[in-house]
Each structure stands twice: as C-alpha cells, then as structure tokens.
Design a protein around this ligand. Structure first.
Ligand code: HEC
Ligand code: HEC
Ligand code: HEC
Ligand code: HEC
Ligand code: HEC
Ligand code: HEC
Ligand code: HEC
Length: 415
C-alpha cells in the first residue's frame, strides 16, 4: 500500500512537473522576446503567435502587414517586374534605375552627366497598386522621384512631383508611418527661421501594421492568458462586438478616413473605443469631395446602405486577417445578404438583366473612379494618368451602368 502511494506521488508530481514545464515554456516564449518599442503596455508582436497561430499566419500575407518595409540590399520585387529601367522627362533629362552591389539607385542624368543618385532604402505600399520609396540622408527621410505603378508595370513620376524636373527633396513626413507602419520615434529640428524638419530614430521604426495597431496594447492580455491558460474567455482586450457601430468603423477610419486631414496628435496611440476627434482636426466628418483614395470611411457613410441599415460596417465585406483576392464576384455576394428579390429591394435592373447581373453588383454600384489626389505621369508622356480605386459610396451611377450594359451586350452577341 505504502509503495503504491509512493508511486502515485512520484507519478503525479512527475505529471505536475511536466505541466509546470509546459506552461513555463509557454510563458517564456513570451518573456524571452525583446520588449516592445512602444512601451510596457504593448507585447512583442510575435507573442500573439503562441495562442493565435492561424490568425497570425494568415495575417502575415496581407497588404496591411507588408505596407512598409526596409529594402534589403538590392532585392526589390518592383525592380524585377518593371518593363524598363529608365524614365524620360525630356530629351536632356532622364532617371535610370541602377542595380549596384550595395543597393538599387535612382540616378538622375542631365545631358549625359549624372547629377544626383540616391538609394532605395524604404518602400511604402505593399504594391497592390503602387509603391513609393524613401532614401535616408542622415536621420531624415526623403521621397525618391520615381514610384512604381502596377497598372502600367512600370516606373512613373511620383504623385504630385514636378512634371519636368527631377526632385529629390520632398520629406517623407511621420504621418505616412502612422498609416503605413506601427511605430517610430521622432524629433523636430529647426532648419530655418520658420522651418522645422522631422528626424527619425531609424532603430525605432516598426514596419508594417501589427495586430496591436487595430486591437490596442495587449501586454496585460498576453500576461493574463499565459498565467491562466485554462481561461478561454478573452481578458484585457477590447471585444469588437462590444463597440457601437461608429467605434467599429473608427477602428478602420483612423487610417481610412482621409489622408488630407491634419492630425492633432500621433495616431500610433489610437486604440479601439477611442474617439477620432482627439486625433484629427474637427473637420472630420461628412465631406462631399471625399476622395476615393484613402477615404473609404466617409464614402461608405454617405451611402444609403450605411444610413438605412444599423449594422453595416467595414467587416460586413472585409476580413482583415486574410489576404483577400480581388474578387468582385464574391464581394457582390455580400450585397445579396440585404438585397434579394424575395424582400423586394433587389436591383431595379434585375428583370432587364436576368442572370447577367450575377457577380456584377460592384461594377455598377461601386465602380472604380479616378483619385483626385493622386495621378501619375508616365515616361516620355505629357499629361497625367489616372489612379483608379473602387468608390465606397454605394449608389446609382448612370454612366458606369451604360458602360457595363454595353459590355454585357457585346458578350451576349459573341456567344
Ligand atoms: C497566452 C495566450 C494568448 C496570447 C499570447 C495572446 N492571446 Fe489573444 N486571446 C487569448 C484567448 C484565450 C482569447 C479568447 C479566445 C479567442 O478568442 O481566441 C483571446 C482573444 C483575443 C482577441 C479577441 C477578443 C474578443 O473578445 O473579441 C483579440 C483581439 C486578441 N486575443 C488579440 C491578441 C493579440 C493582439 C495578441 C498578441 C499581442 C494576443 N491576443 C496574444 C489568448 C492569448
Ligand atoms: C494603421 C492604419 C490602418 C488601419 C487601422 C486599417 N487600415 Fe486598412 N489599410 C491601411 C493601409 C496603409 C493600406 C494600404 C496597404 C498597401 O497596399 O500597402 C490598407 C489597405 C486596406 C485594404 C486593401 C487591402 C488589399 O489587399 O488591397 C482593405 C480592404 C482595408 N485596408 C480594410 C481595412 C479595414 C476593414 C480596417 C478596419 C478593421 C482597416 N483596413 C484598418 C491602413 C490601415
Ligand atoms: C486592420 C485591423 C486588424 C488587424 C491588423 C488585426 N485585427 Fe484582429 N480583428 C479585427 C477586427 C475588425 C475584428 C472583428 C471581426 C468581426 O468580428 O467581424 C478582429 C477580430 C479578432 C479576433 C476575434 C476572433 C476573430 O478571429 O474574429 C482575434 C482573436 C484577433 N482579431 C486577433 C488578431 C491577431 C492575433 C492579429 C495579428 C496577427 C490581428 N487580430 C490583426 C481587426 C484587426
Ligand atoms: C491617413 C492614412 C494615410 C496616410 C497619412 C498615408 N497613406 Fe498611403 N495609403 C493609405 C491607404 C488607406 C491606402 C490604400 C487604399 C487607398 O488607396 O485608398 C494607401 C495606399 C498607399 C500606396 C499604394 C499601396 C499599394 O499597395 O497599392 C502608397 C504607395 C502609399 N499609400 C504611400 C504613402 C506615402 C508615401 C504617404 C506619406 C506621404 C502616405 N501613403 C500617407 C493611407 C494613408
Ligand atoms: C447590411 C445591409 C446592406 C448591404 C450589405 C448592402 N446594402 Fe444596399 N442598401 C441597404 C439599405 C437598407 C438601403 C436603403 C434602401 C432600402 O431600404 O432598400 C440600401 C440601398 C441601396 C441602393 C440604392 C442607393 C440609392 O442611392 O438610391 C443601392 C444601389 C444598393 N443599396 C446597392 C448595394 C450593393 C451593390 C451592395 C453590395 C456592394 C449593397 N447594397 C450592400 C442595405 C444594404
Ligand atoms: C458593401 C461591401 C463593402 C463594405 C461595407 C466596405 N467595402 Fe471596402 N471594398 C469593397 C469592394 C467591392 C472593394 C473592391 C475589391 C476588389 O476589387 O477586390 C473594396 C476595396 C477596398 C479597399 C481597396 C481599395 C480598392 O479600390 O481596391 C479598401 C482600402 C477598402 N475596401 C476599405 C474599406 C473600409 C475601410 C471600409 C469601411 C469604412 C470598407 N472597405 C467597407 C466592398 C466593401
Ligand atoms: C448594369 C449595371 C447594374 C448592375 C450589374 C446592377 N445594378 Fe443595381 N441598379 C442599377 C441601376 C441603373 C439602378 C437604378 C434603376 C432605376 O432606378 O430605374 C439600380 C438600382 C438598384 C437598387 C435600388 C433599388 C430601388 O428600389 O431603388 C439596388 C438595391 C440595387 N440596384 C442592387 C443591386 C445588386 C444587389 C446588384 C447585384 C446583384 C446590382 N444592383 C447590379 C444598375 C445595376
């Protein structure tokens, strides 16, 4: 009997030891990582993987995750995609893209002589549609004159740059990082009587958008769940469904509410539940001239779908944890959740179009429109090309309807 008890004690303490080891390993996984640069309220971004593995892994394939990056040597996807490596301003002036040992450069050449050459150091944009680049000069960051545009698979003059001279002096402001990154430390330096420049601590930059940019600081959440592994109910983190609709949309609008707005304070500190008015100037609100670029929140808010339904939010149509393929047919399916023939609020064109309507709701009601803020100039061309985005003002667009109708007719004729 005594022996049995002893075996039992040895066995159970062995099991307890194994369990203890397992959990301390779990906890150490979090603890051994470097502390987060944003301060002790934040967990190292990689800790999330221990408990949210699937979400974490799929998230690393998204445009949000890749929306800014340091360029590693001379590896740059856009460079291998580009049709040409030269951009012509006029018969005297051009920029070439040169690949060298220590990186890729944009080199300006005037009448055969090199006048300026700067390296691709940082990329902005996951290159879904475009990518813009920065180069370092000390601790200041400047934009390179050429950007990459996928629609032409080529380099073009960076948006807003002068059309017939090379320009290397536009500073990349910290606000770009507030929407395209997760953190950065900056100082202001006086550069003239009324001029200040931003200088960045390069080592402080956190590229891409991490989980805590949307979900807020999560160190306590992480600590609690490492300490209480059997509690399956989320603690110390904001539950999305506990927010009212405006606050849900704000979680996206902090970056999708217009990049022409002036910030009152850095949006790096934004967390779910915060009011946007404390980050942006008071003119934040409806705006008839809202641009299709970067302003999905305002455009959606002007749609009857949004105004007349209590629940429509960004996540009705988007799952931000996954890289969504551009799939207008699948997205058109979302419209049918609310607009059906049975509920008598289906498309008025339904009877006329029959089956041809399937998968085309987006084409007519959220058509691509040119951005008013962004256009680009191609090599050796005069005038600017359009930068097209889907409008989020869901409405009736007679002109686009006519275009789609003639496409449908042509398809039917050729059948
Ligand atoms: C030690 C385990 C653990 C770690 C590490 C962890 N979480 Fe969680 N988290 C949980 C558990 C358990 C839940 C509740 C069950 C669920 O929703 O998966 C949860 C839920 C959540 C939720 C949903 C909250 C809700 O109620 O809607 C979010 C958001 C979240 N975690 C974010 C994060 C982020 C961001 C990180 C990394 C900084 C992280 N978690 C790291 C255990 C963890
Ligand atoms: C921290 C800023 C930020 C927040 C918060 C944010 N976004 Fe974005 N979002 C961006 C940026 C920047 C891009 C452009 C990414 C790229 O292509 O480089 C983007 C791109 C997207 C895209 C296009 C992705 C693609 O694959 O082309 C969708 C859709 C989107 N965001 C939806 C949302 C939704 C929904 C939310 C809220 C749940 C949200 N975003 C919150 C900054 C943000
Ligand atoms: C662009 C903003 C954004 C980013 C970045 C983001 N999330 Fe979320 N997450 C959301 C939104 C919005 C919801 C609510 C979705 C819903 O309920 O419709 C959500 C929901 C969740 C939930 C609740 C369960 C679920 O899957 O719906 C967990 C857990 C979670 N996120 C973890 C993470 C982790 C871990 C990361 C980083 C790998 C991350 N999120 C990155 C916006 C974001
Ligand atoms: C207020 C937030 C915000 C600011 C500030 C901002 N952007 Fe963006 N940017 C976005 C969003 C959102 C998108 C993607 C959707 C769109 O175009 O509407 C985007 C798209 C882009 C793209 C195209 C990405 C792709 O994958 O196609 C580039 C390049 C870009 N931004 C560069 C910049 C640069 C450089 C700055 C600073 C001068 C900047 N952005 C400032 C929100 C912002
Ligand atoms: C959450 C429900 C919901 C979703 C999802 C939704 N709508 Fe709506 N939509 C409404 C409501 C409510 C109205 C107001 C009219 C009504 O009551 O039928 C409306 C109105 C409209 C109108 C009339 C607009 C006008 O200006 O007269 C169009 C067109 C429309 N929706 C198209 C779409 C399309 C296309 C989609 C998918 C991209 C979509 N809707 C998704 C709820 C929704
Ligand atoms: C009724 C459905 C619906 C809602 C709601 C919705 N979107 Fe979209 N979104 C779309 C469609 C459709 C596209 C075009 C997708 C494509 O071509 O792959 C799109 C594309 C985008 C893009 C990429 C830009 C582009 O033109 O390709 C961004 C960024 C985006 N949405 C952000 C948001 C944000 C932020 C919200 C909330 C304010 C939101 N969306 C709400 C349907 C929706
Ligand atoms: C070829 C372009 C086209 C396509 C494709 C299309 N629509 Fe429409 N839709 C229109 C036009 C034009 C109107 C306005 C017709 C009128 O008022 O006579 C309209 C009207 C509507 C309305 C308002 C109905 C009302 O009672 O006023 C809704 C809702 C709608 N469409 C939803 C959809 C949905 C959902 C789809 C996809 C299944 C879709 N539409 C596909 C062009 C289109």
């Amino acid at each position: 009997m005594k022996g049995n008890i002893r075996i039992l004690i040895v066995l159970s303490s062995g099991i307890l030891f194994a369990i203890a080891m397992f959990f301390s390993e779990c906890r150490d996984k979090g603890k051994n990582l470097e502390p987060d640069k944003r301060g002790s309220a934040y967990a190292n971004p990689q800790t999330c993987i221990s408990c949210h593995k699937d979400t974490y892994n799929s998230y690393t394939h998204t445009a949000h995750f890749h929306t800014s990056s340091a360029i590693d040597g001379n590896k740059l996807q856009a460079e291998s995609m580009a049709n040409t490596h030269i951009f012509i301003f006029n018969d005297k002036l051009k920029i070439t893209i040169d690949k060298r040992k220590d990186g890729i450069y944009q080199t300006a050449i005037f009448e055969g002589k090199q006048i300026r050459s700067e390296r691709f150091d940082i990329a902005f944009g996951a290159n879904e549609k475009a990518q813009t680049y920065g180069y370092w000069k000390g601790n200041r960051l400047y934009e390179l004159p050429l950007s990459f545009f996928k629609i032409i698979n080529n380099w073009a003059n960076s948006p807003g740059f002068p059309p017939d001279l090379v320009y290397y002096d536009r500073a990349i402001v910290s606000h770009c990082f507030e929407c395209h990154g997760s953190y950065l430390e900056k100082t202001f330096v006086q550069t003239g009587p009324i001029k200040v420049a931003e200088e960045y601590d390069k080592k402080s930059i956190m590229y891409g958008i991490d989980c805590q940019r949307c979900h807020g600081p999560a160190a306590n959440h992480v600590q609690y769940h490492f300490d209480n592994p059997t509690d399956k109910k989320a603690k110390y983190i904001t539950t999305y469904n506990s927010l009212n609709r405006q606050l849900k949309v704000n979680m996206c609008a902090v970056c999708h509410g217009g990049n022409d707005l002036k910030t009152e304070k850095s949006t790096f500190g934004y967390k779910p539940g915060d009011n946007l008015a404390s980050f942006y100037d008071p003119d934040f609100g409806f705006n008839a001239s809202a641009d299709v670029h970067g302003n999905q929140a305002k455009l959606l808010a002007m749609s009857k779908c949004y105004l007349n339904s209590p629940s429509l939010t960004c996540t009705t149509c988007h799952n931000v944890h996954e890289q969504e393929k551009s799939d207008p047919v699948l997205l058109s399916q979302k419209c049918l959740d609310c607009h059906k023939e049975q509920t008598h609020n289906f498309c008025k064109m339904g009877p006329q179009l029959g089956n041809a309507i399937t998968g085309k709701c987006i084409d007519c009601h959220m058509p691509t429109l040119p951005s008013k803020l962004i256009s680009f100039k191609m090599s050796a061309m005069k005038g600017a090309s359009q930068y097209l985005l889907h409008t989020h003002r869901i409405a009736i667009y007679p002109e686009q309807t006519n275009q789609i109708l003639s496409l449908i007719k042509n398809a039917q004729h050729s059948n």
